[in-house]
Design a protein around this ligand. Structure first.
Ligand code: NMX
Ligand code: MLT
Length: 435
């Protein structure tokens, strides 16, 4: 069976030719006007990036290489006895655009298990972090330090030719993904005092090993949850803060470890990945204020008090989506199957019925519907992973799949240094005063 690297080596020249043709045919065509509001407004809607791995439709949500989440759940290989897709298969799909065989997915599980060990000095860095240092900061420190052994950085120093960049980028990307469970597991156990890290089991899949390092592999439903979790959090087209940061930093030919550490620092912001932690904190505060089974009126008042306090309702709204996030729906479907009676799940459902109308009435948010982060913490909590400060680390493990796939293709296609133009407000005033 063809390995991922062998298949990539076949696909790269085809895609290089394809991009050459598109640029020759359309390179000088305009892609619509740029509004001054977009330049001031976080570049919302500005066509500015190329990434084939996934595309986000405002109404329908994400498609990975053209496949919706339910299609991925249906088509991607599963673990024996499991029904959720293996993230190994999703990575293959992101990189090649093709659905792998069961054997190709097992090859990836084994390859990642073989690459999973982290250098001793990285273990020491993590062991020396005070438990009060946020897990995301620890995560980013450790990933930055992995650059010590970067194949790309070494090859560059040795004078590698541009046309060969993708090879060591591929190796670094595989190492990066493979080492994340050991980093995440060590952080979890150091910070939350949950015993000694077990060894990686080379006969098990990636999610099983991650669950085992966190101490939750005994429960097959939790392992299934992780498979779904990693799959749906892996990628969200190219413009989100973490994916774009990874691409931007990678464009300076910083190696995949440096690029992904930067992406993690973006993911650690409360408007992005940290929102999954914020949701749980917000729900817990609501419960402690209103009790276990609050009335709709009490919940509505709590939501309004959040807005009146000048804060956002975490887990709601989106920069691109204008409907309920299908990643929220996938998690809700999982909850209905595995934990329909969970009180926190019921509260999340109750909130879903109340927040959108309130956000619409408040009149500011362009999208009143829930995003991925509104649901993930409730599922983790149900299985005993109650430490919400850790939740964004799991998002970070997952997002590496998309960022790594993108870095490989960027180097294969010779993506240039990113360097957009900035303007001063005085210049904008001057340019448009008389128009
Ligand atoms: N609660 C209260 N106000 C909101 C919300 C919300 N959930 N969402 C948007 N708004 C406000 C927003 O703060 C802005 O206010 P102002 O004019 O005072 O600056 C106004 O509505 C317009 O914002 P939008 O254009 O709708 O949203 P934008 O594209 O700027 O931002 C988010 C998108 C996701 C940052 C925003 O919806 C938000 O802050 N949501 C809550 C945090 C969250 O759940 N983030 C996770 C997103 C998913 N992820 O994992 O990254
Ligand atoms: C993501 O998964 O990156 C978030 O939904 C944010 C985004 O797409 O902008």
């Amino acid at each position: 069976q063809t390995t991922l690297k062998e298949r990539l080596a076949e696909l790269i020249p085809i895609q290089q030719e394809n991009v050459k043709r598109i640029r020759a045919e359309h390179g000088k065509k305009s892609f619509g006007p740029v509004l001054v509001d977009q330049v001031y407004g976080g570049m919302r809607g500005l066509p500015a990036l190329i990434w084939d791995g996934s595309v986000l439709d405002a109404d329908e949500g994400i498609r990975f290489r053209g496949k919706s989440i339910p299609e991925c759940q249906d088509l991607l290989p599963k673990a024996a006895g499991g029904s959720e897709p293996l993230p190994e298969g999703l990575f293959w799909l992101l990189v090649t655009g093709e659905i792998p065989t069961q054997e190709q997915v097992s090859q990836l599980s084994q390859d990642w298990a073989a690459r999973a060990a982290i250098p001793e000095f990285v273990e020491e860095i993590l062991d020396r972090c005070p438990p009060s240092l946020h897990p995301m900061s620890q995560f980013s420190l450790a990933v930055t330090a992995l650059n010590h052994n970067s194949a790309f950085a070494k090859a560059y120093q040795d004078g590698i030719s541009k046309k060969d960049y993708w090879g060591p980028t591929f190796e670094d990307s595989m190492d990066l993904i493979a080492k994340l469970p050991n980093i995440a597991g060590r952080i979890y156990r150091n910070v939350f005092g949950q015993g000694k890290l077990p060894a990686i089991d080379s006969t098990k899949d990636y999610s099983h090993n991650l669950a085992s390092l966190l101490g939750f592999a005994e429960d097959p439903a939790f392992v299934e949850l992780l498979r779904l979790y990693i799959t749906i959090h892996s990628d969200h087209e190219g413009g989100n803060v973490s994916a774009h940061t990874g691409k931007l930093v990678g464009s300076a030919l910083s190696d995949p470890f440096l690029a992904y550490a930067a992406a993690l620092n973006g993911l650690a912001g409360p408007l992005h990945g940290l929102a999954n932690q914020e949701v749980l904190i917000w729900l817990r505060k609501m419960q402690s204020k209103l009790g276990e089974n609050p009335s709709d009126d009490a919940v509505k008042e709590y939501i309004w008090s959040t807005l009146k306090g000048g804060q956002v309702v975490p887990g709601y709204g989106h920069a691109v989506l204008r409907k309920t996030d299908p990643r929220y729906t996938a998690q809700r479907t999982f909850a209905l199957k595995h934990l329909p009676e969970d009180p926190l799940f019921k509260l999340v459902g109750q909130i879903y019925n109340l927040v959108p109308d309130i956000l619409l009435e408040a009149g500011k948010a362009k999208n009143p519907w829930p995003n991925v982060d509104a649901h993930s913490g409730v599922l983790l909590t149900h299985y005993g992973l109650t430490q919400m400060q850790f939740y964004t680390v799991l998002f970070g493990v997952s997002r590496a799949f998309g960022v790594a796939a993108q870095l490989i293709w960027d180097r294969a296609l010779g993506a240039p240094l990113e360097r957009p133009k900035s303007y001063s407000s005085a210049a904008i005033d001057q340019i448009f005063r008389d128009k």
